[in-house]
Design a protein around this ligand. Structure first.
Ligand SMILES: *[C@@H]1O[C@H](CO)[C@@H](O)[C@H](O)[C@H]1NC(C)=O
Ligand SMILES: *[C@@H]1O[C@H](CO)[C@@H](O)[C@H](O)[C@H]1NC(C)=O
Ligand SMILES: *[C@@H]1O[C@H](CO)[C@@H](O)[C@H](O)[C@H]1NC(C)=O
Ligand SMILES: *[C@@H]1O[C@H](CO)[C@@H](O)[C@H](O)[C@H]1NC(C)=O
Ligand SMILES: *[C@@H]1O[C@H](CO)[C@@H](O)[C@H](O)[C@H]1NC(C)=O
Ligand SMILES: *[C@@H]1O[C@H](CO)[C@@H](O)[C@H](O)[C@H]1NC(C)=O
Ligand SMILES: *[C@@H]1O[C@H](CO)[C@@H](O)[C@H](O)[C@H]1NC(C)=O
Length: 839
């Protein structure tokens, strides 16, 4: 967005003057039109003044701007709205939009002004009303002022403390600090945060966030006003029960107000350095964004629902959601996007249309075939089935086939039938309720099975002539295969010798049998198992969202390829064909740490193994942070990224990838789905990330190694809890054994558990400088560095859960902690008591 001077007038402004007007006249007018007594940009509009073209109001402190902004191309559509001033946020980011459903095409003939009745109105050339603040004004004259909080206020000009209307009471999709989202009990009005329709269309979309209209403190996200697919859980005074990670948002003050006139939430940010906002995104998720000035971009700090496919009917009718794809929306087999343009801007509400019309069961005229069913495995079934009793799957099938409006069925003890649109399908779904869907399609969509029965004769006739050709083809194919095999064997040998091998994509496809056995997926892509001809296994990571050139890619690979440490996963090779980039790693038979920690009623990780895993991981990170040529910050330490070899030696995986993705940390964050629980608070503050961010994530993971549960999981008799918050009391009371994974039945070196616990608390200190380095972590775990009682991190103090409050430290502990802080501190001058221990 070009930042035009606030006083410039567009040539054919609605003042009714022509371009030929003398410059002097224009200058006088423009100063008149805006605030006469302020030399800087105007922040208010009053009386006979109006706004048009490039004219803007700028809030007094220069933080926000109010004016017209464009969206889309051919034609450009204009909206009146509020956005961050370019000196704050260089990307045009509207936080409020007036005429969201009624854009203006011809900006020059549009005018925003105060109407006779005092409302702020938007008029087109023929003075027709396009948008208005639509409120009953009881004042002789009004004025509009843009405040530094991003709030546009309509006030009584003779008594400016009388607020008649304000934009913050009519939010669009953005919840700014100081804003409210809630229920007005007097008027019954429930403020919604309503998502935009798509990336470029601020019109009311299908998703909105609202507070429970029946009066509880929960927030819901709804689809099209009917389907509630996410709820925050109740507010317990500190956090929402469904959002335990709120504890780490320690720079926010959330406040819940509930009295006779209203129920609402509001929040403030403790520091001026952070530009942050919540939005109800067009993706159906509520998102928290922070501006990272280094990257000149917004980074996604938090979102709910966490998985994109949990958003109800995101992909429209006959659409399907797939977490493994990016973007996640597609059409099911036999269907195509109804309006591709909108679809690709993120508005999938139009859904998908059938490629070939159904023949329908009854019609059996010559040449037409009956419809067929296409089997879709591992799906989340569509919503709103009609169920009926049926003896068998074929009964169910024929019931569906018989009724022309039946579009799909599924059979498991009962027969489920769908009529009309199919909504909310998820493919490659691995939830407990995954199922198989039989989708009705025109027979011509499924040629394979029919070709045998109907076209058998033709094939037979042609076969004689073709057989020689086929034989030749097969022979050529054999030769190619053998060559490929030889090539792969050669590559495998080289890889075993420690040479970084450049694989061909086709070879990797073969050794992974067309990427069929998936080992896992993460932000950078999915990992598949492959087996080499010498019967060794490899893990092949197919990278997605890589927008790097080949040269750069190879350079980075060269760096990662030279990193060798027993606790770091070894890169064996890569492929860098035009569009397909892969990394080839050694295969780890014991998969990843999460698989052993979080599943099952028994565990194969006794305490001894766990301690060695913690220690090994720490050593691997020391190497990454300090020993290799360029310091590598991992950025995504979590149990999923700690792999275990046959003898449970831990290997840190996925390092160096942040760099591969072009050093754009925002990219890393937005692709890190579901790992926010491990993020250090400095991610949000916009300061440069250091190796101490890994220390924080390591600490969070250490708690999980001790407890055998996710920190955010239900803890203590199904009460909601955040383990690091509830464990402190027990640590201080010396009740160490109760912190331990119950599956270990108390069998552990209690001193080691205590050490691990203290190390974990030191690692998750709010201030980077209070956290140890990974080197110091290793020393503490090895027992060569003394470790004293850590202070309670400030962010944990915010949390009390539904349990009793955490007991805080005595003064003597505070003194000790300060001592240790200075040993961890990398800059010696710093001595402030960073972790304030008072409540
Ligand atoms: C607006 O303009 C009209 C006509 O020029 C004038 O009578 C009126 O006093 C003006 N109002 C204000 C608030 O300046
Ligand atoms: C102004 O808006 C009205 C109502 O939407 C419309 O009928 C009219 O054509 C518009 N005039 C111009 C000049 O755009
Ligand atoms: C404004 O006043 C009119 C008539 O007095 C009334 O019908 C309407 O409901 C009021 N609107 C609002 C938003 O209060
Ligand atoms: C409007 O102006 C009239 C006359 O000046 C005055 O009596 C009245 O109180 C004013 N109303 C408001 C709401 O300011
Ligand atoms: C949303 O609901 C309205 C009726 O409330 C309906 O007409 C419309 O088709 C629905 N939209 C979608 C995308 O289903
Ligand atoms: C409800 O709380 C709000 C904010 O604290 C306050 O402005 C309002 O006056 C209160 N209303 C009642 C009826 O107590
Ligand atoms: C097909 O099923 C729908 C929904 O159950 C029903 O309303 C309709 O009457 C059925 N049509 C026929 C031909 O049975």
């Amino acid at each position: 967005m070009k930042n035009l001077p606030p006083t410039s007038l567009s040539p054919s402004s609605p003042f009714g003057f022509h371009m030929a007007l003398p410059l002097l006249m224009l200058l006088i007018l423009s100063t008149l039109a805006l605030h006469p007594h302020r030399s800087s940009a105007a922040d208010s509009l009053s009386g006979n003044q109006s706004l048009s073209g490039d004219q803007k109001l700028t809030s007094e402190g220069g933080k926000f701007v109010f004016g017209f902004f464009p969206l889309g191309n051919s034609p450009k559509r204009y909206y009146i709205g509020i956005w961050y001033n370019t000196n704050m946020v260089s990307k045009l980011t509207p936080v409020w939009v007036g005429n969201r459903d009624t854009p203006v095409l011809d900006l020059s003939s549009t005018e925003l002004k105060l109407s006779k009745d005092g409302n702020l109105v938007l008029l087109n050339q023929s003075k027709s009303l396009i948008w208005s603040t639509e409120t009953n004004i009881t004042a002789n004259s009004t004025m509009a002022v843009l405040l530094d909080s991003g709030n546009l206020v309509l006030q009584d000009s003779s008594d400016t403390s009388r607020i008649l209307w304000q934009s913050i009471d009519h939010p669009t999709d953005t919840w700014l600090p100081g804003g409210k989202v809630g229920l007005n009990k007097l008027t019954g009005e429930n403020q919604h945060l309503t998502a935009w329709k798509s990336l470029e269309d601020p019109a009311h979309g299908l998703f909105y966030l609202e507070i429970d209209p029946s009066g509880s403190s929960q927030y819901f996200i709804l689809w099209n006003g009917t389907k509630n697919y996410w709820s925050s859980g109740d507010w317990n005074g500190k956090i929402f029960s469904g959002v335990p990670e709120m504890t780490s948002n320690y720079i926010y003050n959330f406040q819940y107000v509930s009295n006779a006139s209203a129920n609402y939430f509001t929040y403030t940010v403790n520091t001026d350095d952070v530009i942050s906002r919540f939005t109800m995104d067009y993706s159906g998720q509520i998102k928290q964004w922070t501006w990272l000035s280094d990257a000149q971009n917004w980074i996604l700090f938090w979102s709910q629902p966490r998985e994109q496919c949990e958003v109800y009917a995101l992909c429209g009718s006959f659409g399907s959601c797939n977490e493994n794809n990016s973007p996640s929306c597609g059409c099911i087999k036999g269907f195509s996007e109804r309006s591709p343009g909108e679809w690709h801007l993120g508005d999938q509400s139009g859904g998908c249309a059938r490629n070939t019309p159904l023949q329908c069961g009854g019609s059996s005229s010559a040449g037409t075939e009956k419809d067929k069913f296409y089997q879709m495995d591992s799906v989340r079934l569509p919503d709103n089935p009609e169920t009926m009793e049926a003896g068998s799957s074929s009964d169910c099938e024929s019931t569906c086939l018989y009724n022309c409006s039946c579009t799909a069925y599924s059979y498991s003890s009962k027969c489920s039938l769908w009529y009309g649109n199919l909504l909310n399908i998820q493919e490659q779904y691995n939830g407990y309720d995954q199922s198989t869907l039989f989708l009705r399609l025109a027979a011509s969509e499924l040629p394979s099975s029919s070709s045998k029965s109907n076209k058998g004769g033709i094939i037979g006739a042609a076969a004689g002539g073709a057989i020689g050709f086929l034989a030749l083809l097969a022979l050529t194919w054999l030769v190619i295969l053998r060559r490929q095999r030889r090539r792969i064997i050669g590559a495998a040998k080289a890889a075993a010798d420690g040479v970084l091998v450049a694989f061909r994509y086709s070879d990797l496809r073969r050794v992974t049998t067309n990427f069929s056995e998936k080992l896992g997926s993460g932000g950078f892509g999915s990992v598949y198992k492959g087996s080499l001809p010498d019967s060794t296994f490899i893990a092949v990571k197919k990278l997605i969202n890589l927008n790097q050139g080949e040269k750069q890619f190879r350079a980075e690979i060269g760096t990662i390829g030279t990193i060798q440490h027993i606790n770091l996963i070894r890169l064996r090779g890569f492929c860098a064909d035009q569009n397909n980039k892969c990394l080839v790693y050694e295969f780890m038979p014991n998969s990843s740490l999460d698989a052993h920690l979080f599943h099952g009623s028994k565990t194969d990780l006794d305490w001894g193994k766990r301690y060695l895993i913690a220690l090994g991981t720490a050593r691997g990170l020391v190497y990454l942070h300090e020993k290799c040529r360029d310091c590598i910050i991992h950025c995504d330490i979590k149990p999923e990224n700690i792999l275990l070899d046959a003898s449970f030696i831990p290997k840190v995986a996925d390092f160096g990838l942040a760099k591969l993705l072009g050093r754009d940390l925002s990219r890393v964050l937005t692709t890190m789905r579901g790992t926010r629980g491990y993020l250090a608070p400095e991610w949000i503050s916009g300061v440069a990330i250091t190796a101490k961010a890994d220390v924080y994530s390591y600490g969070m993971m250490l708690f999980e190694i001790i407890s055998g549960k996710r920190n955010t999981d239900h803890w203590e008799d199904n009460k909601n809890g955040f383990f690091p918050a509830s464990a402190m009391k027990k640590l201080m009371a010396g009740d160490i054994r109760s912190l331990l994974d119950p599956r270990l039945e108390g069998v552990a070196e209690i001193e080691e558990v205590e050490t691990a616990c203290k190390v974990a608390y030191w690692c998750i200190q709010d201030e980077e400088m209070s956290r140890p380095t990974m080197e110091q972590v290793v020393q503490m775990l090895e027992g060569t560095m003394e470790i004293i009682m850590p202070p309670v991190p400030k962010s944990l103090q915010l949390y009390s859960g539904q349990q009793e409050r955490i007991v805080f430290f005595s003064d003597s502990t505070v003194d000790q902690s300060n001592q240790t802080q200075s040993t961890f501190s990398s800059s010696p001058g710093r001595s402030s008591n960073s972790a304030s221990l008072k409540e």
